[in-house]
Design a protein around this ligand. Structure first.
Ligand code: NAD
Ligand code: UDP
Length: 315
């Protein structure tokens, strides 16, 4: 039987590259597409020799062309860290809107099912805790995070429109903070920042008083959730994340302990509109996908630290 063919946009990024690995393992023919603005070919160089893998260097906000048939599309292309999307606000808005539109059009032309990567950022600085999918969010459209949050909210809207109007098979995942090997240690997100600082022998920069919370999910758990959602028949948004919530100050302390660094925490101003609390309600994922995270933060952080500890070139 011919292999199922899947396109993964953002395939050279952190999550995209793990998805390439997973779908190859499941026996799919994988086509990764990326313009490398925040990704790195190093993340997929171990796949380049394979006959069931192809890479297209391409900006999905322009025209997307894929020769041959396509069964599935995972649209993961987008700058994803606050530093990246503040540096590239227009590209971020374009890939969430035009890029998503192009991918939906491609899915329609090929008769493919598409899953789009949304985010807990659609909830903004939430006034409901933990966040359920039914919550509409509290987003400042013109603040610094607006370019990312609103692009992702538009992405959800146009995806639902293709579902209802064109009867396209669509899936929407709302991803909560995820970490693991292959993150860029200078992308400014909390875990890569703290780990990079500890490994370089610098103090760890906690923003604000560190009382804001996040709930960190290990990448393998997220990938399992994506896999299950793609193969499910559920078209509405589903939260995937680890509900184990921690304050950023306590998180920095965990990294200090894990790495054994002598460095201390220093405090910097809290960025504008930084959400004060975030925790996924994963009732839906449990009920619909039979999914829940399996990797504890202690185990996930250890795997991630072991990965970077031996790669001085990344630090
Ligand atoms: P990443 O920066 O490592 O990966 C994004 C990839 O998309 C990069 O390889 C980048 O070069 C590529 N890209 C960006 N714009 C593009 C364009 N116009 N055309 C082609 N490729 C383009 O980030 P990530 O953490 O792997 O995030 C992947 C997706 O998951 C993003 O859509 C992000 O919004 C979403 N997400 C991630 C998290 C998380 O915690 N990692 C949380 C919520 C949502
Ligand atoms: N953060 C921090 N120090 C850093 C980087 C991030 O204190 O060097 C904080 C940031 O202000 C936020 C939390 O860690 O409150 C998570 O930040 P991240 O960028 O990882 O994710 P997001 O804010 O998008 O959830």
């Amino acid at each position: 039987m011919a292999k199922k063919r899947i396109l993964i946009t953002g395939g050279a990024g952190f999550l995209g590259s793990h998805l390439c690995d997973r779908f190859l393992k499941e026996g799919y023919y994988v086509i990764a597409m990326d313009n490398l603005i925040t990704g790195n070919l190093k993340n997929i160089e171990h796949l380049m020799h394979r006959e069931d893998f192809e890479f297209f260097h391409c900006d999905v906000s322009n025209y997307v062309h894929i020769p041959g048939e396509l069964d599935y599309i995972l649209h993961f292309a987008s700058p994803a860290s606050p530093i990246d999307y503040l540096k590239m606000p227009i590209q971020t808005l374009k890939v969430g809107s035009l890029g998503t539109h192009n991918c939906l059009g491609l899915a329609r032309a090929k008769g493919a099912r598409i899953l789009v990567a949304s985010t807990s950022e659609v909830y903004g600085d939430p006034t409901v805790h933990p966040q359920q999918e039914s919550y509409w969010g509290n987003v400042n459209p013109i603040g610094p995070r607006g370019v990312y949050d609103e692009a992702k909210r538009f992405q959800e809207a146009i995806t639902m429109a293709y579902h209802t109007y064109h009867k396209l098979e669509t899936r929407i995942i709302r991803i909560f903070n995820t970490y693991g090997p292959r993150m860029r240690l200078n992308d400014g997100r909390a875990l890569p920042a703290f780990l990079g600082q500890a490994l370089r022998g610098e103090d760890l920069t906690v923003f604000g008083d560190g009382s804001q919370t996040r709930s960190f999910c290990y990448v393998d758990d997220l990938v399992e959730g994506i896999y299950r959602l793609l193969l499910s028949d559920y078209p509405y948004p589903v939260n995937i994340g680890n509900p184990d919530e921690i304050s950023i100050k306590d998180f920095a302390e965990e990294i200090i302990k894990l790495t054994g660094t002598d460095q201390k925490i220093i405090y910097k101003p809290l960025p504008q509109d930084d959400p004060m609390q975030r925790q996924p309600d994963i009732t839906k994922a449990k009920e619909i996908l039979g999914w829940e995270p399996k990797v504890s933060r202690a185990d996930g952080l250890k795997i991630t630290y072991d990965f970077y500890k031996n790669r001085e070139e990344d630090v």
